[in-house]
Every structure is written in C-alpha cells, then in structure tokens.
Design a protein around this ligand. Structure first.
Ligand SMILES: Cc1ncc(COP(=O)(O)O)c(C=O)c1O
Length: 421
C-alpha cells in the first residue's frame, strides 16, 4: 500500500494492484483495509458520524453489516454553478432538514409545517431508527447474528426494516391490525418479518398485547435485541440533535411549537431543546382523542401514529406548556383540506394541523409565528384516511368536508414568513 499524501485531508491508497480509491480523512487518522472472502479489498475509513472504524462484521462468509466501502470517488472538480451533488451510500444518510410548508392560506394563521417524510423511509421515524441502531452498535449490543425486534404502528417498522437491510441485521416488527397493508408490504419488501396482533390484551389493549408478544420473542431467542423506542433515549435524542435546531434556525422569531405525541420521542427531543435554548417558545403537545397519554379516557382509534394506550414512559410533562386533544374526525377533514391544496400528508399531520389551528385561534393572533411537524406523506393512507368509503364506515358524515373547497382569490396578499420579517 502506498500513501501518496499524508499532509492534507485526501489520501490515495493503492492496494497492490487489487483495488484503489481516494478517501477523505483527517490528518493523522488510521485507515484500515479489509479483504472480503472473495478476495476483494475494501477500505474501512472511520465512520464520520460515530468516529468508529474497523472491519464490518461477517456472517456466513459474507459482509452483512457496516458501511459499504469504498466510498465513490469524489468528482474531480465542482461544476461552476449549482450545489454539490448529494451522494449517499446508505439510505439513512439522506434526510431533509429545511423544508417547511406555509399553511397560512389553509388555516389563516402564521403556521408553518416542517416536512419530515421526504427521506428513503418516508417518515420522521427514520431519525429514531438510525439513531437507535447506531447507539446499539456503539454499545456493542448488535452482532451479525442479531435479530432486531420492535413494536411499531408502522413508520418505525418501515424505517427499521430499511436500516436493518442496509446494516445486515434480521428484523421482526410486531404491529397490530391498524397498520396499513401497504406499510406491512413495505417492511416485508425490505426482508423484515411482520407479526400482526389483532386480539387486544384485556387491560392494556393492542399495545399491551404487542409488547407481550415482543417480550415472548425475546425470551425465546437470545439473539433478539429490542431497541425499545418507548424508553430508548436515542429516540428523543435524534430530535434534540437535529429537528429542534433546524426549526430554530429557520424561524428565529418562533413563538409556539406544536408537536404530535406518540412515543413522545419527537415531542421530548424538541421540548427539551427549546426549554434549554429558547425557553420563550411555548411547546404545545397534540394528542388524539382516545389516547391515554395525557390522562384522557381510552377509546377506539383508527389512525396509526399519534396517541398511546399507556402513559408514554418518555413523557416529561414539565416540558410541555399545553395539550390539545383532537378527534379523528378533525384529522380526516384537515387531511382533505390539505390534499385539496396539493399537499398529501399522513393522518397525524391532519391531527397536528387541526390542533394547532384550534389552539392558535384561541390563544394567539393570526400573525403569531408557529411551527408544527408533518411526520409522513399521504400515499400510505390512500385506503384509509383518503378513502371516502373508509371514512364513511368509521365516522359517517362527520368525516367528510361539509363545505366545498374554495380556492384562494388570485393575487391575494400573503404576508412573508416569520424569518423574513
Ligand atoms: C405518522 C406518525 N406520526 C407521529 C408519530 C409520533 O412520533 P413519536 O413516536 O416520536 O411521538 C409517529 C410515530 O410512529 C408516526 O408514525
């Protein structure tokens, strides 16, 4: 092996004619070379996110986990115009941090929605999945034989199925019959096993039955690793590290943040960051009717994502300034209103936008700068939230918009977003 340059950040490495690549490393960093069973050489550069290095694990003589190496060679020179290309070698490396939808024409409030579904997993849960798997790898809890198991209403399952496929782990998702059929198929396409629970536990409901099944899986197989999104600090940690700072950067004049509550990972990560760095921002939790998270009575819910059948272990109520509880009828009606403006979001986006609009109408002025989050996109809900027959079956006429949608007046003046004021 020849190092042709060790003074800068780029090192050219030749592997006795077997292979060659250019990698970017910090001066003084050790770069390892590993050989796969078929004799191919692979560079194993330190993982820039975790600082770890070392050969990827091998299972059945095949590399199954770890970063694919070597990285593609960087373009020799930047094009004269336009941003540098976004090149990834793992789907979890890409996410959008700066996309917001201006909802003023729809809710008549200065409400902006951070879009979290524009990534390869299609939802906000990519952040939690990637962070929890990485934390488990760093803690040495995962090996090439590990079987990741998790309880999920769908989106975390898809994200974990994708990350597990990329890192080479088996994955079993325990879900229930509220999980969309398309979501189940997605997980299976990534190679995951999906266990669907349809009989609720007599006291703890479907979630309790899911957790019992999961614990049974863990008891029976020592290779299983339960990431436990309900209590894993990496779930909220991902939002503390990325989501909240991105919102604060985009909206320096922010006054109110609305966050939907499922496991409360998104809520707690954002709330903790804002309480520490911007305590003037009010944090309002949005929950769905029938959820017991904030002490309400349990009743049937049909839309996955928000709400819990038990008190979320991660919830620290002292970080939340107020709570809005939204009936599912408001959810599906708001989803229709958004779709009629060309924004097809998932069910929980309808919930948080409906709840935020209601809270702002009571407690703020039409120009109070506010942000909420859209956890996923709407395609996974075509057979449920966006199906007139499904809405009729579950909500009757209360699930349909009563007034026809009205387009905005052409040229109607819309004030600039808060960050531009
Ligand atoms: C669509 C959707 N919305 C909201 C949430 C809630 O996020 P969290 O679990 O971080 O509270 C989830 C979680 O799975 C989800 O899938």
């Amino acid at each position: 092996m020849n190092r042709s340059d060790d003074s800068g950040t780029t090192v050219r490495i030749e592997l006795h004619g077997l292979d060659a690549a250019t990698v970017a490393v910090a001066p003084g960093t050790t770069v390892q070379v590993s050989y796969t069973d078929d004799g191919r050489a692979a560079l194993v550069a330190p993982d820039p996110r975790s600082g770890r290095s070392g050969p990827p694990p091998v299972r059945d003589g095949r590399r199954t986990a770890g970063p694919p190496a070597p990285a593609p060679p960087a373009p020799r020179s930047r094009p004269p115009h336009g941003p540098a290309p976004n090149v990834v070698s793992a789907p979890q490396q890409f996410n959008t941090h700066d996309l917001f939808v201006d909802l003023r024409p729809i809710v008549d409030q200065a409400l902006f929605c951070k879009v979290e579904g524009m990534n390869f997993a299609g939802s906000v849960k990519l952040k939690a999945a990637a962070a929890m798997v990485e934390a488990a790898e760093i803690a040495g809890q995962l090996n090439p034989w590990s079987i990741i198991v998790e309880s999920s209403s769908g989106n975390l399952g898809v994200a974990l199925a994708m990350v597990s496929a990329n890192r080479g782990y088996r994955f079993i998702c325990v879900t229930d019959d509220r999980c969309n059929p398309q979501t189940r198929r997605l997980m299976e396409t990534y190679g995951a096993e999906v266990h669907v629970i349809s009989t609720p536990h007599p006291e703890t409901g479907l979630l309790g039955a899911r957790l019992e099944h999961l614990k049974d899986l863990c008891d029976r197989n020592p290779d299983t690793v339960w990431l436990n999104q309900y209590e894993n600090p990496a779930n909220a940690g991902a939002h503390y590290a990325a989501t909240a700072p991105a919102i604060a950067r985009a909206f320096p004049g922010l006054e109110v943040l609305f966050v939907g509550a499922g496991t409360c990972g998104t809520l707690m990560g954002n709330a903790r960051w804002f309480k520490q760095h911007r305590p003037d921002v009010r944090v309002v939790a949005i929950d769905v009717e029938g959820s017991v998270s904030f002490g309400g009575p349990a009743s049937p819910r049909h839309i996955p994502g928000l709400g819990m059948g038990m008190t979320p272990p991660a919830l620290d109520r002292s970080l939340v300034d107020d709570v809005v509880v939204v009936p599912e009828t408001d959810t599906v009606r708001m989803c229709q209103r958004l779709a009629m403006r060309g924004f097809l979001f998932g069910g929980s986006t309808g919930t948080v936008v409906a709840g935020a609009a209601r809270w702002l109408a009571r407690h703020a002025t039409p120009t109070t700068p506010a942000v909420t989050l859209a956890p996923d996109q709407g395609e996974r809900y075509l057979d449920t939230v966006y199906s007139p027959a499904w809405r009729e079956e579950h909500y009757g006429s209360a699930g349909q918009l009563s007034r026809p949608h009205r387009l905005p007046d052409a040229g109607a003046a819309v004030p600039p977003p808060p960050s531009e004021e």
